[in-house]
Write a protein that binds this ligand. Structure first.
Ligand SMILES: [Zn+2]
Length: 251
């Protein structure tokens, strides 16, 4: 059985023991799509993806490093896209949770990367926090029609709009938390055929307070299996096929 974590940060600058965990994932039939946040982490990912056959590369410039980015980073990102095998541009997006002061710069880099995704015909992996409407409008007004909404936290209605655009909905560890009624309702209302499972490791552990790893995917798949009343094996299989459709993992 094939299992895939479509969004995590298993690389040395985020996790000291990243390679050890990648090997453990392989023993457990888990593939991972590593998501970069800047040129340096993208390079770490590209190296790991060449070294391990259960590692796929997604590269991007993310909001949390936004202050240090210049147009040079976009040039370097395009070089990385052209010279390597990658499955998506990510993670990219907009986050107004911490500050809105840099909103213009966040929007600029998000739009520029959507243009790159279009130019190289790549799906995108999108982070949107406290900016659901804005992110949706920007994507809708772009020509990008394939991607995943990482750790989706918007409404059910908006999720359906994303699906119409050609996007998948990413479900993470918080679905397992007690009292996450909004998450449970979302999963109840969206077919498994439109979902992806992801851990965002080392963040968002289903086991609160611990460092997360893709080995915890079982808690997320397990919760979805419980909500949907479908076996966990089927959840793994359908979400793997979804990921393969979107990211073209197998040629
Ligand atoms: Zn992430």
């Amino acid at each position: 059985m094939k299992i895939i974590d479509t969004h995590c940060h298993l690389y040395p600058s985020e996790m000291e023991n990243a390679e050890e965990i990648i090997k453990k994932c392989k023993e457990n039939n888990i593939s991972v799509i590593l998501n970069g946040v800047d040129i340096a982490s993208n390079n770490e990912i590209l190296e790991l993806s060449k070294k391990y056959d259960n590692v796929y590369a997604a590269i991007g410039l993310n909001y949390d490093q936004i202050d240090k980015f210049t147009d040079d980073d976009l040039v370097l990102l395009e070089e990385q896209i052209k010279n390597n095998k990658i499955v998506a541009l990510g993670e990219i997006g907009i986050d107004y949770h911490w500050t809105k002061e840099n909103s213009e710069k966040q929007i600029y880099f998000f739009k520029k990367q959507l243009e790159l995704a279009e130019k190289y015909d790549l799906p995108v992996i999108v982070h949107a926090r406290d900016a659901s409407k804005e992110v949706f409008d920007i994507i809708k007004n772009s020509n990008v029609r394939k991607g995943s909404m990482h750790c989706y936290a918007g409404s059910i209605e908006l999720a359906k709009e994303y699906i119409k655009l050609g996007f998948y909905i990413g479900i993470d560890g918080p679905i397992t938390y007690d009292n996450n009624r909004k998450g449970v309702e979302l999963v109840s209302n969206i077919p498994v055929e439109n979902l992806l499972i992801e851990t965002d490791s080392p963040y968002l552990s289903p086991l609160r307070g611990q460092i997360n790893s893709p080995l915890n995917l079982k808690y997320i798949a397990g919760k979805i299996s419980e909500i949907k009343n479908i076996s966990i094996e089927e959840i793994y299989e359908i979400t793997y096929n979804n990921a393969n459709n979107l990211f073209v993992l197998e040629d």
